[in-house]
Design a protein around this ligand. Structure first.
Ligand code: CU
Length: 182
């Protein structure tokens, strides 16, 4: 007759505990896919624009932000608080490291997509209220949900842009890399 002894149950519990004690902390395997996103398109929305601004990416893909004239940033926020930094050590902030007066900045900002959760982002340049004017984007918006980029932009109007750090150059959540021509 099959029976579970207290010992077997205890062993099972121990094994489960051990398994749970080691959640996956490693980065997803690289897919080799790079999504190039331009900050400050010179045509759309008078240049206050990310192109593309609604991105679908797999874990392991890279987001590569290229910066066009005017001093833009990529700053992660929540959906519900547009133009405000998300906070925390992992939140994305490019810093104001990509100023350029013509053409693309010499460096790009590269972000690894870790999972399929939405990444809401905005430009935190306060001069000219870029975020309030619609300079924002999203990676992996939940389609079918009412949390849309259009709604985010709508809620951004009238807010005040905030910076993640007192140091405008303090980037985190990604890497500043040389801008290598294709
Ligand atoms: Cu901007």
């Amino acid at each position: 007759m099959l029976s579970f002894t207290p010992f077997a149950l205890a062993l099972t519990t121990t094994l489960l505990t051990l398994t749970n004690a080691h959640p996956a902390t490693t980065h997803p395997r690289s897919t080799g896919i790079i999504h190039r996103i331009y900050a400050g398109s010179t045509t759309a929305n008078n240049g206050l624009h990310f192109e593309p601004e609604n991105i679908v990416a797999e874990p392991g893909d890279l987001l590569e932000f290229h910066f066009l004239p005017k001093a833009h940033t990529v700053t992660q926020s929540s959906f519900s608080a547009p133009c405000e930094p998300l906070g925390g050590d992992a939140a994305i902030f490019s810093g104001f490291n990509f100023n350029t007066t013509a053409g693309e900045a010499d460096s790009v900002f590269t972000v690894l997509v870790k999972d399929r959760e939405p990444i809401w982002f905005y430009c935190s340049q306060p001069t000219g209220t870029h975020c309030q004017k619609g300079m924002s984007g999203v990676v992996n918006q939940k389609f079918g949900s009412d949390k849309t980029l259009a709604k985010y932009k709508e809620m951004a109007v009238g807010t005040v842009s905030r910076q993640p750090s007192e140091d405008p150059l303090a980037s985190q959540g990604g890497w500043i890399m040389p801008n290598v021509a294709l």
